[in-house]
Every structure is written in structure tokens, then in C-alpha cells.
Design a protein around this ligand. Structure first.
Ligand code: HEC
Length: 100
């Protein structure tokens, strides 16, 4: 997931600088195939959350823009609120500044 976080940082920087997102793509993960270190993280709804997240990623990858970037960050948060709140503080910093 550090890869995804690095990608967020890269695309966020490009959006803020007004650079093109041509070719920007998130790596596609199958969350349901990951093996969490602690199985209690596989809370109810994990599968639904991962499917929603994968859909946001696919939509961004097909046609990247600021709105779809925001949907991906929202997807990170939605799952982390439920399954693993630790990284939420870090993910909060991946939102675009107001007005972008
Ligand atoms: C469908 C659920 C889900 C989604 C979506 C999700 N995560 Fe996670 N994330 C987890 C779980 C569960 C763990 C704990 C994994 C473990 O301990 O093996 C984790 C771990 C992490 C970690 C700490 C461990 C590491 O690999 O660095 C970070 C940082 C992180 N996620 C960031 C993100 C970011 C950024 C996104 C969005 C791009 C994201 N996550 C999307 C469930 C999710």
C-alpha cells in the first residue's frame, strides 16, 4: 500500500502544479487477495469497500482528473475508517487543497 500512497503523492503534486495527468495510473490491487497481518481487519463490508475502491481506481485510470483523484482518496479513507485507522492521518494529507 506504500506504492499507492506514493502514487497519490505524485498525482496530487501534478494536479496542484497544473501538470497533465496523461499516463497517470494507480497500480491495481486486489485487496481481497491481500493477507492482512491481523485477520480482525477483515471487517464486515471489507469486500464491498475494496470493490468500491477498485472501481474508483479503474475510473481514474481510464480518464484521470481531480474529481476522480478525490474519489480515490475517499475510497482509501472509507476502508481505513473501518479496518485500520492508523494511516488515516497520513491519508488526510492526500486531499487536494480547497478549490482544486
Ligand atoms: C479495502 C480496504 C482498504 C483500502 C481501499 C485501502 N486500504 Fe490501506 N490498508 C488496509 C488494511 C487492511 C491495511 C493493513 C494491512 C496489513 O496490516 O497487512 C492497510 C494498510 C495501509 C498502510 C500501512 C501499511 C503499509 O503498507 O504502508 C497505509 C500507509 C495505507 N494502508 C494507505 C492506504 C492508501 C493511501 C489507500 C488509498 C490509495 C489505501 N490504504 C486504501 C485496507 C485498505
Amino acid at each position: 500500500m506504500r506504492v499507492l500512497d506514493a502514487e497519490l503523492l505524485d498525482f496530487r503534486g501534478r494536479l496542484i502544479e497544473g501538470e497533465s495527468l496523461d499516463g497517470a495510473r494507480f497500480s491495481e490491487y486486489r485487496f481481497t487477495e491481500l493477507e492482512p497481518t491481523d485477520s480482525t481487519m477483515l471487517v464486515d463490508g471489507f469486500q464491498a469497500l475494496s470493490m468500491a475502491f477498485e472501481r474508483h481506481v479503474a475510473e481514474f485510470n481510464a480518464a484521470p482528473d481531480a474529481e476522480k483523484y478525490a474519489a480515490v482518496v475517499g475510497g482509501c479513507e472509507a476502508c481505513h475508517m473501518r479496518s485500520c485507522p492508523g494511516p488515516l492521518e497520513r491519508i488526510a494529507k492526500r486531499h487536494l487543497p480547497d478549490g482544486q
